[in-house]
Design a protein around this ligand. Structure first.
Ligand SMILES: Nc1ncnc2c1ncn2[C@@H]1O[C@H](COP(=O)(O)OP(=O)(O)OP(=O)(O)O)[C@@H](O)[C@H]1O
Ligand SMILES: [Mg+2]
Length: 617
């Protein structure tokens, strides 16, 4: 085969917007795969320990927004970049490949040998299994396997499965493995925390082991693309667990980290690459790697990867890969908007597996509460909520709090820190070293609260997260599903809270549907907003316009929709609001919970005066 050349191979400046990671898309995208350069240390999915809550003092007794510069972020995206990286035009240097002009060597992608037990299982039993696990199919799929030994994985994979103490395949694994190992293109949609990573990693290992060995200069045989560095690293740790004894070499390619080691790995040759798109394009543009051998391609969080932020990069990467490769797309959400585009890449003959509802749906292990409130009240509501959570148990498990902007992440983490609770914070402007350390502290339980932007919304699998708090409601209901999906993983349960304001009206209808589908009670205030969303949204816009015109500021996107309220926020101005409740910060601090049960927002919808105790599992 005539090798497709990867365009310009000249050296390049360090004119880098985001260490090669982001910089290509909108600001949302930058937060996904952006950030500045810095060494990477994190590897550690296995470093997880059960949560330890450090409770130096209590919420009731804390002291406002004390200044704590530890998390201060200096500079902006683009100001770093000591390790070089891609600039926004880089991938345009990468020459498109005209595959139709090429004679491609054949390769094998169907390795599936159906186990006699699977093959001989009566049809009604197969259908019973599918119905019991709500497996819906589009296209002709082989029977699901029901036990690990039916999957015909190599022994080293089965050993690792035993070592991890998994009892049985999750439904997505049971149905997707036979499809993936048969070489079909696949869309796999299953709830958050249901084991999709292993659903694509094990077939990747089998696929790799059936290909001719890599020769000098060959690129990877399998490529996994993911939207964030942390997710890519986490996938790598699964690949390490399951692939290392199979001598499947892998590397993780992501922006924000020095290129040296990644380059060395690629030049030495790795069968499996897990990458965020920006840095990979950078390496492709510079001829450091190529996709000529790539025959197994995964898009994890595929709807995110195909949305407007990433689509041009994905298109560019996919063009470097032979069109007859196997492609597998995975997510917990599959919005209509990306389906057509996905089909461009999948072709006509793909199989889709859905587990659970075919509509947008949340993991049913999560108890969801929505508090309809005013923007200005969020600070005090958060304090009350944390106070309540810590009141239930001094060791309530880990808590992740999502906010809209990087600035708010910093402010809110300082605010919480002021109560003597150790808190980590993560967003796209933090150095990679910071991001790694923060996530590792959170995984290890050194910090039990993490404040984050959507950079932590997708895919992250951290043991022991019991609560997700949407301090700011996300931009879309898909994001909501992924955010709350950081809890309730595997077979565990969790609780999510969301502060919902009239500015979020456009998401109200979908949120009501999500709550109903998951058999959650619906707050009547939310229902009211859903019914009147159009009017409320336009009134909010009008009010914003009026505020802007009168110089009051009002909502603006950059500052998370309510900069004025936030910066001069009464709820946040802090010390006095928090000071009174807790008996001077001693053990009685959580006693500030009085009045809490009257909180309107968290009622189960059936009664406003119910308090959070309904939320306990
Ligand atoms: N068969 C299994 N039995 C029990 N646990 C499993 C099994 N397979 C995977 N797991 C565990 O389930 C957890 C969640 O898996 P994973 O991160 O792959 O979920 P996911 O479906 O990709 O979620 P998300 O949509 O949030 O990305 C992991 O800790 C993983 O080790
Ligand atoms: Mg995942």
């Amino acid at each position: 085969m005539a090798p497709p050349r990867s365009g310009n191979q000249n050296g390049r400046g360090g004119n880098n917007r985001s260490g090669g990671g982001g910089g290509y898309g909108n600001s949302r995208n930058r937060d996904y795969d952006g950030g500045r350069s810095g060494p990477s240390h994190s590897r550690g999915r296995n470093q997880i320990h059960s949560g330890r809550v450090e409770r130096r003092s209590n919420f009731g007794g804390g002291g406002g927004m004390g200044r704590d510069n530890r998390n201060r972020v200096s500079g902006k995206i683009g100001s770093g970049g000591s390790s070089g990286g891609g600039n926004s035009d880089d991938f345009s240097k990468l020459r498109d490949v005209t595959w139709s002009d090429m004679r491609l060597p054949p390769f094998q992608k169907n390795f599936y040998q159906e186990h006699p037990k699977t093959r001989n299982r009566p049809h009604h039993e197969v259908e019973r299994y599918r119905a019991a696990h709500q497996i819906t199919l589009k296209g002709q799929a082989p029977n699901p396997i029901q036990y690990f030994d039916e999957a015909c994985f190599p022994d080293y994979c089965l050993n690792e499965i035993r070592r991890q103490r998994y009892n049985e395949p999750t439904p997505i694994q049971a149905q997707a493995w036979p499809i993936a190992m048969s070489g079909s293109n696949l869309v796999g949609i299953a709830k958050t925390g249901s084991g999709k990573t292993l659903a694509f990693i094990l077939p990747a290992i089998v696929h790799i082991n059936h290909q001719p060995p890599l020769q000098r200069g060959d690129g990877p045989i399998a490529l996994v693309l993911a939207p964030t560095r942390e997710l890519a690293q986490q996938i790598q740790s699964v690949a390490n667990d399951f692939g290392s004894s199979a001598y499947v070499r892998n590397t993780c390619i992501f922006g924000g980290a020095p290129k040296t080691r990644q380059t060395q790995d690629l030049e030495r040759g790795v069968e499996l690459v897990i990458a965020t798109p920006g840095r990979l394009l950078d390496f492709l543009s510079n001829g450091i790697t190529n996709m000529q051998r790539c025959t197994y391609l995964v898009l994890d969080e595929a709807d995110r990867m195909l949305d407007m932020g990433f689509e041009p990069q994905i298109r560019k990467i996919l063009n470097q890969i032979r069109p007859d490769r196997q492609i597998l797309m995975w997510s917990a959400t599959w919005p209509r908007e990306v389906r057509q585009l996905a089909e461009d890449f999948l072709g006509n003959n793909y199989i889709q597996v859905n587990i659970g509802s075919l509509e947008l749906s949340a993991n049913h292990n999560i108890r969801q509460y929505v508090d309809v409130c005013q923007e200005a009240d969020k600070g005090s509501k958060l304090k009350d909520l944390l106070s309540f959570i810590y009141d239930q148990s001094p060791h309530p498990g880990k808590i992740i709090i999502f906010v809209a902007t990087k600035k708010k992440v910093d402010e809110l983490s300082r605010f919480i820190n002021g109560f003597g609770v150790r808190v980590g914070s993560i967003h796209g402007d933090k150095s990679q070293l910071d991001r790694d350390n923060v996530l590792s502290d959170f995984r290890n339980g050194r910090a039990n609260i993490l404040v984050a932007t959507d950079v932590a919304a997708r895919g992250l699998d951290v043991d022991g997260i019991k609560y997700v708090i949407n301090f700011d409601f996300p931009q879309s209901s898909e994001d909501y599903i992924h955010r709350i999906g950081r809890t309730g993983r595997k077979h565990s349960t969790g609780t999510s809270y969301a502060f919902f304001t009239r500015k979020n009206a456009k998401c109200a209808r979908a949120l009501v549907d999500i709550l109903r589908e998951a058999n959650q009670n619906v707050n009547p205030d939310l229902e009211y907003i859903a019914r009147n969303a159009a009017t409320i949204s336009s009134k909010e816009k009008e009010r914003d316009r009026a505020n802007r015109d009168s110089g009051l500021g009002g909502s603006n996107r950059r500052n998370g929709g309510n900069s004025n309220n936030y910066s001069s926020n009464n709820g946040y101005s802090g010390g006095n609001r928090f000071g009174g409740g807790g008996g001077g910060g001693g053990g009685g601090g959580v006693g500030s919970n009085s009045g809490y049960g009257n909180n309107a927002g968290y009622s189960n919808g059936s009664g406003r005066s119910r308090n959070y105790s309904n939320s306990r599992h």
